[in-house]
Design a protein around this ligand. Structure first.
Ligand SMILES: Cc1cc2nc3c(=O)[nH]c(=O)nc-3n(C[C@H](O)[C@H](O)[C@H](O)COP(=O)(O)OP(=O)(O)OC[C@H]3O[C@@H](n4cnc5c(N)ncnc54)[C@H](O)[C@@H]3O)c2cc1C
Length: 460
């Protein structure tokens, strides 16, 4: 690996939220430890841009922005809440099912943002700090083991070499696909997505918090972003016949007529209907996939490491996928900087043991989030096994019970303590209790998997 003259070359494949945050985290930890690194980010698109929609940055991830001295900038682009995180309501009457409070008076707080603004913040910070060199139009097709380094092969027939390659290339990760034989799993749910100006609503009684209207097989989630000037809309439907959703993609180019949304949400409360009426005439129609939990996140003796959705793509029902990818970046940055600064701990003897430490800290928590995200979607749409034969009235109290405290463990983890506990050998589980065998899917004709079997990590 690198020396004082030759910095360690770290390649990040994929310049989404996970990849850019990871470059900032590695730069931060290595600068603090005075370790020379050269970070390159290779993005397949022609620019570093996200389109449409919002993303909730949970307090666990917001905390990391503050550690990178980017917290104020995050707060400046975020929506703000006043004591309530989300109110779950009946779809027809808007009657409250459960309201989940949140402490939002602190400087470090929830940050629901426009994805475009969040990515711009990260990209600007990378450029201002000289954290990494950003490349575009570099679609990584494969990685090749050169023994002491890795060669990346790109779609434009060029190559590049690095000492460490971090695969941040999302749910369809080419890097993961080189080492793992599995496919994205279709959840059975599609989501209509859009963003509208809050000022365009005739009245909006939920100015500073999220609302989710819940019905059997569908729910409508809205939350204010962008200093509460815009409302992010995600309308989930889970009982579409397979032939109707076969062509729906995981992409902003997948759209439909707004009438389809009205038809699917007929009978919802009038405030909900007004929100939907303001969606674009052709809203985005999104296929919701996740991946099965994966019990190994590093390959080629630790020279290739997975991060974010490539390691643990999850359904969006906890609003936690982006936050989990940022947690990965923070922990990986700490581990790599300790290895490169010559720590004598046995965890840093090799790149592989360093990558294993990262996995030990992150995998159980990320997989628990994956599994719980599935379970949360079933709860909201009254489809969990204990609700299937129950009326809406009977389900409501179960939802309240399951949802009230659900986010606590996602938000409250102290990541640095978890890392130090694992590093110093204080008994964090070294391996998640579930592995490849515990989840299986059936590969369908369209290449996605269609069935999810239970896993052994308990959903919460
Ligand atoms: C409807 C919906 C709502 C969501 N809401 C939330 C939320 O509120 N909060 C939250 O935390 N999470 C949310 N998520 C999840 C979140 O969007 C993802 O977990 C997060 O974007 C993952 O980041 P990533 O960087 O790992 O992957 P991505 O964001 O997918 O980024 C991958 C990047 O890699 C690039 N790339 C792909 N392949 C290659 C290649 N071969 N070579 C080079 N570059 C490549 C892509 O162009 C992209 O820029 C939501 C997801 C969905 C679908």
């Amino acid at each position: 690996m690198g020396s004082q003259e030759q910095p360690t070359r770290i390649a990040i494949v994929g310049g989404g939220i996970g990849g850019l945050f990871c470059s900032l985290a590695i730069h931060h930890h290595c600068s603090t430890a005075s370790v020379p690194v050269k970070i390159d980010v290779y993005e397949q698109a022609s620019q570093y841009k996200e389109i449409g929609a919002g993303v909730g940055v949970g307090i666990n991830a917001a905390r990391l922005f503050h550690k990178l001295d980017l917290g104020e900038r995050l707060n400046a682009i975020a929506g703000h809440r006043t004591g309530v995180w989300i109110s779950f309501r009946r779809w027809d009457t808007s009657e409250d099912i459960v309201t989940v409070p949140v402490n939002d008076s602190d400087k470090i707080r929830q940050a629901p943002c426009a994805r475009t603004a969040l990515l711009d913040l990260l990209k600007d910070a990378v450029e201002e700090r000289g954290a990494a060199t950003l490349h575009t139009k570099k679609q990584c097709k494969s990685v090749e083991d050169l023994d002491t380094s890795v060669r990346m092969h790109f779609g434009d027939s060029t190559t590049a070499e690095a000492d460490v390659v971090i695969g941040c290339d999302g749910i369809h990760s080419a890097i993961r696909n080189q080492f793992v034989v599995d496919k994205p799993i279709f959840s059975g749910t599609i989501a209509y997505r859009g963003v509208i100006p809050i000022a365009s609503l005739s009245t909006w009684p939920f100015q500073s918090y999220s609302v989710a209207w819940l019905a059997k097989h569908r729910h409508l989630l809205v939350f204010p972003i962008s200093r509460n000037e815009e409302l992010n809309i995600v309308a989930f439907v889970s009982d579409k016949p397979e032939n109707e959703v076969a062509d729906v993609q995981e992409s902003w180019t997948s759209i439909c007529d707004r009438q389809e949304v009205f038809d699917d949400f007929a009978g919802f409360d009038k405030t909900a209907q007004e929100v939907l009426s303001l969606m674009p005439e052709q809203p985005s129609k999104w296929r919701l996939n996740d991946r099965k939990p994966l019990d190994k996140w590093h390959y080629m003796d630790g020279k290739v490491i997975l991060l974010g959705d490539s390691a643990h793509a999850m359904l969006p029902h906890l609003g936690a996928g982006a936050g989990q990818s940022m947690e990965d970046g923070w922990v990986l940055g700490r581990a790599l900087s300790e290895r490169l600064s010559g720590s004598r701990s046995s965890h840093f003897e090799s790149l592989e043991s360093t990558a294993q430490l990262y996995q030990t800290v992150r995998l159980p928590r990320a997989q628990k989030t994956q599994i719980t995200s599935r379970a949360a979607g079933d709860t909201y749409e009254m489809q969990s096994p204990d609700m299937l034969d129950k009326s809406v009235e009977e389900c409501v109290s179960i939802i309240a019970e399951k949802t009230r405290e659900r986010m606590k463990w996602v938000w409250e983890e102290d990541l640095d303590v978890a890392y130090e506990t694992a590093r110093d050998g204080k008994g964090l589980a070294s391996k998640a209790t579930n592995g490849d065998k515990s989840v299986s899917g059936l590969v369908a004709a369209n290449g996605t998997e269609t069935a999810i079997q239970p896993v052994s990590i308990e959903a919460q």
